[in-house]
Design a protein around this ligand. Structure first.
Ligand code: GTR
Length: 418
């Protein structure tokens, strides 16, 4: 279930640290004109807007302004023997009758005294893949071909029910007092390169007509845009029971790249979780180890803006690197997680990026990664760094989301959102 991560034929990934090119990271606390950033005010008024603009124009692309949304509650049901209420809601991008929509599924614990903090994340295999309950509608949209017979052609079939349940421990989340909202990412933009005709790209694309073509939004930006509209919906529908000042945006792999960009670009997200996001997510591009910018732009030409291809095999020419993406989330809590067998996503590069965002977190008055300074070395496997506002762990095992990962995210949320 989920994406494959093996290198395609013809590309020989480097996994040798000694072959990493020499590089210098761009300093998050020096502005483009060379002036040092020494106060929270300078960060907020000068450097943060500047970095956001650079990430838009060089990496993810410029998205349209937020569109108005409307929504229809499709179902509401008590589930798990009375533990929770599950709702399915269609959220429309725009007010027109033919506006495209995404279906959000939410769970909130029934035992609660008011709105609850919640996790919001996109899923790979449909809401029906999160829980096998046949009452959840089988998503009729386009799916990448599943490996375990979960699709017929590009349509999900009955075997895909519950196929990603291990990545969504719904009861554990509810038992800990949190809600969960999830959406199939293909509802927002199907994950293939069609020149951006389908999904919200097709419907809202005209709104970025005045942006230079090479800097228009790619699919990651579109998925992040969908997450922000999902938050709009949670804000406007109090019946869903979510405390929208306490929403943690979470994602795995390409959807971890997406949660980071959503959290960086939309400060309403109170916490951000990147699970095994790798290249174009939490990993430093300049290390060029495992998956590289050139490789990702070749295999997934629709994920980033076209300008990003300028940095194929030329990472140091990019005015930003991914530690600055993490810094854009400051001072809000962020958690970066890697897996030991996921060298493709460069765990060390993910750790170094989290550590290199630390000075921005400290400038904004937080403890960053905790202690007096970020740890100089990666922690041992399964030893979470979680005493500060930037969390990190290297889980033993493969590219995946496990209960161990969720336990760390819930603990982090307990410390900052409860
Ligand atoms: C891979 C891709 C990675 C990662 C992964 C995923 O094929 O190379 O960047 O995003 O897919 O989404 O699981």
């Amino acid at each position: 279930c989920g994406p494959s991560i093996g290198p395609a034929s013809g590309f020989e990934p480097n996994y040798d640290e000694s072959k990493i090119p020499d590089y210098t990271l761009p300093d998050p606390l020096v502005s483009q004109d060379g002036a040092p950033i020494t106060s929270a005010e300078q960060w907020n008024t000068v450097r943060r807007p500047e970095l956001l603009d650079l990430f838009e124009k060089h990496v993810y692309g410029v998205s349209p302004k937020p569109c108005p949304i409307r929504h229809e509650v499709v179902s509401r049901k008590t589930v798990f023997n009375g533990l929770a209420t599950r709702s399915e809601i269609d959220v429309f991008f725009g007010l027109a009758d033919d506006a495209p929509s995404m279906r959000m599924m939410t769970y909130v614990p029934n035992e609660r005294s008011g709105p609850v903090p919640a996790f919001l994340g996109l899923n790979f295999q449909g809401n029906h893949g999160v829980d096998a309950d046949p009452a959840i509608e089988l998503n009729p949209g386009w799916f990448r071909e599943g490996r375990n017979g979960t699709t017929d052609g590009n349509k999900a079939n009955e075997k895909s029910r519950g196929a990603t349940a291990s990545r969504w421990p719904v009861k554990m989340i509810l038992d800990r007092g949190y809600g969960l909202a999830t959406i199939y990412y293909g509802d927002i933009d199907p994950d293939f390169d069609d020149g951006f005709k389908n999904g919200i790209h097709g419907a809202l694309g005209g709104q970025v007509a005045d942006v230079a073509p090479e800097s228009r939004w790619g699919s990651i930006a579109a998925w992040a845009y969908g997450l922000s509209r999902a938050l709009d919906c949670l804000e406007s529908e109090s019946e869903l029971g979510v405390d929208t000042s306490k929403v943690a945006v979470i994602g795995h792999s390409r959807l971890g790249k997406t949660s980071l960009w959503a959290g960086a670009s939309d400060p309403r997200f109170a916490m951000v979780v990147s699970n095994n996001s790798g290249c174009g997510g939490a990993a430093l591009s300049r290390r060029a180890i495992g998956e590289t910018v050139g490789r990702i732009n070749t295999v997934f030409p629709h994920w980033f803006c076209d300008q990003f291809t300028e940095y194929n095999e030329n990472e140091s020419a990019c005015p930003v690197d991914q530690h600055q993406l993490i810094a854009l989330i400051a001072p809000r809590p962020v958690y970066v997680a890697s897996a030991s067998e996921d060298q493709w996503a460069d765990p060390k590069g993910e750790f170094l990026a989290a550590a290199a965002a630390d000075p921005v977190y400290r400038l904004l008055g937080t403890r960053g990664m905790g202690g007096d300074a970020p740890p100089a070395k990666m922690p041992a496997a399964d030893r979470a760094i979680n005493r500060g506002v930037i969390g990190y762990h290297l889980r033993t095992g493969k590219h995946d989301v496990t209960d161990y990962d969720w336990q760390q995210y819930l603990d982090m949320a307990d410390r900052h959102l409860q």
